[in-house]
Ligand binder design. Structure first.
Ligand SMILES: [Zn+2]
Length: 590
């Protein structure tokens, strides 16, 4: 086990003990029932309640808030076992609710191929050179995932790049997304795998050839040709759990108190429940379970009935959320399913050549309708990965069909991504109670590269939060973090303050602004990571505001989110994170 992980675990276990800078005061005259587990005084507590209350003190008992108001009243609730924290004027917010992350996927992947964001062809070459030098015993050098929008040159590495960095060692770049895979192999890799001009191509695959009829090194949808060398080792349970705990603890440091794992399975359900029973889970977790079925009604029903958990099972720490389907591709890869063709400006970035190309679907309209209607009939809330506007049209057709079977609005069907909103779509969503879960950090990271390919009109609405909000649609903003463990250098950066800053400024990494009318206020951004985020899983009577009766989840911030300069917002972090009255993170360690 990596010592870094063991260290983080030890800190976390210690977090359930009273902490050093906190003082405990015995008030013997108090009845036990009135004593709080946690009391915070002297804060600027932004409650986000309906009256916009700003309080100075809060008290939590048995996970629930029992007081929000004055310091004196809170101090009267201090008993011998109360953890007391003096906030010294700092801003306190409801705990952040990150409704789209992939911690189990990121942890598993980090164990076998640690993620590193490579930003240029030169960085890619030097990473390969370093790996060749550092791992003389390994056979193939395999690059971490790279998205073309995040490469300075606006292109993927090719065979010549990999040959220059690894002339004598097989090297491969593999890009996989849903039902599409691209591999780039260097010359030693082609030789090792025996791929030449006469290689038989598997069904549906393609070996791209040059004018002389020799392989260029690019192979599409033919994983069997290299499977022997590219198989990823399964990490040990100990390593996997260690990285997962470390990652969840990193979320806590940023004030995140609830997450939604947006693609997991029965194994994920067991893992999170184990962590919770061992008291090693620092964030409340809602699980999204991917429907692993063939799109027919019968197979969907078979899958759902075979799950070890039912809709809404669990508790306030680990619970099931919606079932998930994957409908189209991604905007970083030119596979979002759009109403209008991508057009010639997008050809270079995405490697396209068909003027009528509109993107790719993973499911037929009939399959989408089958799964959504079946899930709804079996009482599950549902969500769909869908990035393009035509994909969203297709999903809403299916949601309408399910709504005709029985009303669906109360289940809060959620569109994941939905990057190109239209007024007509937003009105349709509002009518069906459909919510949106979307990722401003993609605008920040990819907006500059996408602008040339997608054009100004599309970019002005790309992740256009106000199109949804003005129609009355509930929107949650989040990161879609799925590789790496660093808050800013991961794919995608999961720092919630970067997410909120991008929603507020609509500035790309290069400082450009597309669609200034889609900017939101600081309070609106915070609401989309607290109150509105809680609505997606019907948790809005439990989380998202600091009011008596709600769960005692909060974060004390390093800077004032509401008055600091805009450029300082992404630098904010939590100095104290509390979940249900338990301190799970304190600046400098627990
Ligand atoms: Zn995702």
């Amino acid at each position: 086990m990596n010592p870094r992980h063991r260290c983080a675990c030890a800190y976390f276990v210690a977090g359930f003990l009273p902490i050093a800078f906190v003082w405990c005061v015995g008030v013997l005259s108090l009845e036990a029932a009135e004593q709080a587990d946690f009391v915070l005084t002297g804060g600027r507590i932004v409650t986000l309640d309906a009256r916009g209350t700003i309080a100075t003190a809060i008290a939590v008992r048995n996970e629930r808030i029992i007081h929000v108001g004055s310091d004196d009243a809170a101090m009267a609730m201090v008993g011998p076992n109360t953890t007391v924290y003096a906030a010294a004027g700092r801003t306190v917010i409801p705990g952040l609710n990150e409704t789209h992350v992939h911690p189990t996927l990121a942890a598993r992947s980090e164990c076998t191929l640690p993620f590193r964001q490579l930003g240029s062809i030169e960085e890619i070459k030097s990473w390969v050179r370093d790996r060749v030098a550092e791992t003389p015993e390994a056979s193939w050098v395999v690059l971490p995932r790279i998205d073309v929008t995040r490469i300075r040159e606006g292109r993927m590495p090719d065979r010549a790049d990999l040959d220059a960095a690894a002339p004598d060692r097989p090297a491969a770049f593999v890009w996989r997304y849903a039902n599409r895979e691209v591999q780039v192999l260097n010359s030693p890799a082609l030789r090792c795998a025996g791929i030449g001009r006469d290689t038989v191509v598997p069904d549906g695959g393609r070996i791209v050839m040059d004018q002389r009829g020799e392989p260029t090194g690019r192979i599409e949808n033919a994983p069997s040709l290299t499977a022997t060398w590219l198989q990823q080792a399964e990490p040990s349970q100990e390593d996997y759990r260690g990285v997962l705990e470390d990652l969840l603890q990193r979320y806590s440091r940023l004030g995140i108190t609830s997450v939604t794992d947006r693609r997991t399975d029965a194994e994920g359900w067991r893992t999170y429940n184990d962590l919770h029973s061992l008291k090693r889970l620092p964030v409340r977790t809602t699980l999204t379970i991917f429907v692993d079925a063939d799109g027919s009604v019968a197979d969907t029903e078979r899958f759902i009935r075979g799950l070890p958990c039912g809709p809404g099972d669990g508790n306030h720490w680990v619970k099931t959320g919606p079932l998930k389907i994957g409908v189209d591709g991604g905007v970083l890869y030119g596979t979002s399913y759009l109403r209008d063709p991508y057009g010639p400006n997008a050809f270079k970035l995405y490697g396209l050549d068909d003027p009528q190309y509109r993107g790719l679907l993973q499911m037929t309209p009939e399959q989408v309708t089958n799964v959504i209607r079946t899930g709804h009939r079996l009482h599950w809330p549902m969500c769909a990965h869908v990035t393009g506007d035509a994909g969203v049209d297709m999903v809403l057709d299916a949601v309408e069909a399910a709504d005709r079977d029985s009303p669906i609005a109360f289940r809060r069907f959620t569109l994941l991504h939905a990057y190109f909103p239209n007024e007509d779509t937003a009105v349709r969503c509002a009518r069906l109670g459909v919510c949106v879960d979307t990722q401003p950090a993609w605008y920040y990271k990819d907006g500059d590269a996408l602008a040339g390919a997608l054009g100004g009109l599309r970019m002005s609405r790309f992740i256009g939060l106000n199109v949804w909000r003005e129609a009355g649609v509930t929107v949650a903003i989040n990161s879609d973090h799925f590789l790496g463990i660093d808050p800013l250098l991961s794919l995608n950066p999961y720092n919630p303050f970067l997410t909120m800053a991008t929603a507020i400024t609509r500035k790309t990494a290069a400082g450009r602004v597309f669609g200034a009318d889609q900017r939101v206020t600081r309070e609106e951004a915070l609401r989309m990571m607290t109150v509105d985020a809680a609505k997606l899983h019907s948790d809005d009577t439990l989380k998202g505001t600091l009011e008596v009766g709600r769960l005692g989840d909060l974060a004390v911030l390093s800077d004032d989110f509401f008055s600091c300069p805009e450029e300082s917002i992404p630098k904010i972090y939590s100095v104290l994170t509390v979940v249900g009255g338990q301190v799970v993170h304190r600046e400098g360690g627990l």
